[in-house]
Design a protein around this ligand. Structure first.
Ligand code: NAI
Ligand code: KPL
Length: 295
């Protein structure tokens, strides 16, 4: 299969690199990474060790069988416009946050846009080098839920490459459940400058639980079957499993780069979600002060 990965940063390089063990993969990323991958391949380190030789470019190729979207959520709109000019029948988002698939679908008439969630951990170590910080799983399926021929075909491609995955018929609930975890963990850890494990006990745990409960309430308002108990249990499970991790939002704040607050807590913020509104307002205040929200 010809697979193009749009956004070869941490996650895109890892998943693209794993797929390159079996498929013709093209990584689309920034110049320094692209040049190094072209010159000496992509080195995967950590929980998976491999050196692979995908193609690498700074712009999309003319065609592919499958596109993975792994840009940050604030770049989804731009990615969607670029993908509209690429002849690719199936597009799978592995991003965090809500509405990425809807944004892609709005620009990609006649294509199949699949929803995905990913619990692999990835960190770009430098040009040509990515760390697998945790072997997780990709869940993928129809963005509206139910069966999908394109999802089955994509699942078989992941299977052949040895990428842990599940083809799921309940992607809307899974995307919302991942949102509950990210809403509970990311902003709280970024603002308090603590690793995920600091949310195991009060008062951090109370903030994380309250944010996740609001996500479950909002999900049910949109017809998604996500209970507050399930959302809270997911937060606790992820906090335990990733206790020493620094969340992606904390890493963004430490690096001084824009966060995904708009697609996570910001998506829930409102009068019925005061905890998410407060978390979103504080992170946006920091982004404004750093001049990160202008582009
Ligand atoms: N890193 C991880 O372990 C995980 C990340 N995610 C999600 O995956 C998404 C990506 O996250 P990361 O890989 O961590 O972010 P990242 O910032 O490392 O990677 C995104 C990359 O896309 C590149 N990019 C954006 N627009 C581009 C364009 N027009 N042309 C070429 N390259 C372009 C950026 O330069 C950057 O290198 C986010 O939504 C994140 O929440 C989900 C699960 C795990
Ligand atoms: C699951 C979690 C919270 C792990 O750190 C994550 O997805 C993130 O940091 O963005």
């Amino acid at each position: 299969m010809d697979v193009v990965v749009f956004g070869a940063g941490s996650l895109g390089s890892l998943v693209g690199g794993l797929l390159a063990r079996e498929h013709d993969v093209t990584l689309v990323g920034r110049a320094a990474h692209v040049e190094r991958v072209r010159a000496s391949g992509l080195r995967i380190e950590g929980e998976v060790e491999a050196t692979v030789h995908p193609a690498a470019r700074t712009t999309l190729p003319a065609r592919a069988d499958l596109a993975l979207v792994t840009v940050k959520s604030f770049d989804t709109e731009r990615a969607a416009r670029a993908l509209a000019r690429c002849d690719v029948p199936t597009v799978l988002s592995l991003q965090n946050g809500l509405d990425n698939e809807a944004t892609l679908a709005a620009h990609l008439d006649g294509r199949t846009v699949l929803a995905g969630t990913c619990t692999y951990g990835a960190r770009l170590l430098g040009p040509g080098r990515v760390a697998c910080t945790g072997v997780g799983e990709v869940a993928l399926g129809a963005r509206e839920g139910g069966p999908s021929v394109a999802a089955d075909r994509t699942g078989r491609a992941f299977e052949r490459a040895g990428v842990e995955h599940v083809v799921a018929e309940d992607m809307p609930r899974r995307v919302w459940e991942k949102l509950a975890v990210n809403a509970g963990v990311n902003a709280a850890t970024a603002l308090a400058r603590v690793p995920n494990g600091a949310l195991s006990d009060p008062p951090g745990r109370d903030v994380a639980h309250a944010a996740a409960r609001e996500v479950a309430q909002s999900a049910r308002g949109e017809g998604i079957d996500l209970t507050e108990a399930r959302a809270v249990a997911s937060v606790d499970r992820v906090v335990r499993a990733t206790a020493s991790n620094r969340s992606s939002m904390l890493q963004d704040v430490e690096r001084g780069t824009r966060t995904e607050i708009d697609a996570i807590n910001g998506r829930i913020a409102g009068p019925d979600a005061p905890v998410n509104a407060t978390l979103a307002a504080l992170v946006r205040t920091w982004e404004d002060a750093e001049g990160l929200r202008e582009s």
